[in-house]
Design a protein around this ligand. Structure first.
Ligand SMILES: C[S@@+](CC[C@H](N)C(=O)[O-])C[C@H]1O[C@@H](n2cnc3c(N)ncnc32)[C@H](O)[C@@H]1O
Length: 402
């Protein structure tokens, strides 16, 4: 689960599900589960039936949803579906008064009708879903009825050249639209992966009509962009999920050329699968580009966790007193908000001299470590003396800029 730390922070599957518990509760899951001698339960993700047993059991356990799909159809995995929905929830924060009465559109809902079902159960969003494949449409309709959700989810069978125009209700304004398009080009062999990347761990699922389309995802989403240029603000935020990072830039360009006021993108990481989210809007006040993805936030946090380093240059002719006063100056910058006094004692050794410093810091944050870690690396011969220190506060790591 290499990329799980980059999952959306509110994704319930950031903590992996308890397979033992699922095996105890769900016979269908138990049938697929593999138990080793020490009692550890695992699944063979290369087996399509196992992936379906997991999805079905989790949908029931965590969302009280009963679902069925026809054989050979795409088996949705839940961490990825939730990462997309939670990103949408973040995007809707840019829409004034949008947290109530959200109505979304799912283009190509598939046999399971996974996004509308989760959108209602997890986020209370009403949904209009479309589908071109008759069998998937019927199965999606049955899943809606099986869960008595006809009042809040509608599925429409549409012609294959319909995307948004012709599918929407005339008198409704939609908060967003979403789409997990067929990723692959018709008849194209799958793109080769970088040799350093692990192969996919999950069994490939889905019929040709679900996973491939003439021109691939770029052509498919281009049609949605074209429709959006006609519909403009009838939909608040247009979004799609992409299977290839290389599709993001050209589609951004297309959306901007179509007159979008702002665009945003994100990365969805879960297990060994990475997908990309792309959004655009025609509302000039929805500043969606300012939303940072969990991936970017985690990277930023990792950078912030680096200890602060300050170099005393030999040419400064530093003395003991000079170093002490410089440290005090630097520490004074550590003020956070308003203020409760915290006292820190610093014990440092510089050459043969012991520096004892008691310093009062103003900080409202609770300090996890009672002393700063300061380390002098005496590199006089290299003409610099490095001062390294970091302080961990309860809600963030503070860095000083010299
Ligand atoms: C990759 S599958 C996604 C299924 C489901 N949304 C999911 O995430 O598991 C793409 C779906 O889009 C449907 N589709 C293809 N062209 C479409 C169109 N023009 N309008 C609506 N659905 C379409 C396919 O039949 C297929 O079910």
């Amino acid at each position: 689960m290499a990329m799980n730390r980059f999952m959306h922070p509110r994704n319930p599957y950031k903590t992996p599900p308890d397979f033992k518990q699922l095996a105890l509760e769900y016979p269908e899951f138990r049938e697929k589960a593999i138990q080793n001698l020490s009692g550890h339960v695992r699944l063979d993700f290369r087996n399509q039936g196992s992936v379906w047993a997991l999805t079905k059991s989790l949908l029931h356990q965590d969302f009280k949803l009963k679902v069925e799909i026809i054989p050979d159809r795409l088996v949705p995995t839940l961490p990825l579906r939730l990462n997309y929905l939670l990103w949408l929830e973040d995007l809707l924060n840019f829409v004034p008064n949008e947290n109530k009465n959200v109505v979304g559109v799912d283009i190509g809902t598939g046999a399971c009708c996974i996004y509308p079902l989760l959108a209602w159960k997890h986020l209370s969003w009403k949904m209009l879903a479309t589908e071109t494949d008759e069998k998937s449409y019927e199965c999606a309709q049955q899943n809606i009825e099986r869960n008595y959700l006809q009042e809040v989810i509608t599925v429409k069978l549409v012609p294959s050249d319909t995307f948004l125009v012709g599918a929407l209700e005339e008198d409704v304004s939609y908060s967003f639209c979403m789409c997990n398009p067929p990723f692959h080009k018709d008849n194209a062999p799958p793109k080769s992966r970088h040799p350093d990347r692990h192969g996919p761990r999950n069994a490939p699922t889905g019929t040709k009509v679900e996973v491939s389309v003439s021109g691939g995802e770029e052509a498919f989403v281009s049609r949605i962009v074209e429709d959006s240029a006609l519909l403009k603000t009838k939909i608040g935020i247009y979004t799609v999920m992409l299977g290839h990072k290389s599709s993001v830039a050209p589609l951004k360009q297309k959306a901007i050329e179509a007159g979008a006021a702002d665009v945003a993108s994100s990365v969805f990481c879960q297990g060994r699968t990475t997908r990309w989210g792309f959004a655009w809007t025609f509302h000039p006040h929805y500043k969606i580009s300012s939303l940072k993805s969990p991936f970017e936030m985690e990277k930023k946090q990792q950078k912030a966790n680096q200890p602060f380093t300050h170099d005393f240059l030999q040419e400064e002719g530093f003395t003991y007193d000079m170093i002490v006063s410089r440290i005090v100056q630097l520490l004074e910058k550590l003020e956070v908000g308003d203020l409760t006094a915290n006292i820190y004692t610093l014990k440092l050794k510089y050459q043969t001299q012991l520096i004892n410093l008691t310093h009062t810091l103003n900080s409202e944050a609770q300090v996890l470590k009672s002393t700063f870690k300061l380390k002098f690396q005496n590199q006089v011969s290299k003409s610099t003396l490095k001062l390294k220190f970091s302080t961990r506060l309860s809600n963030s790591t503070h860095q000083l800029n010299s």
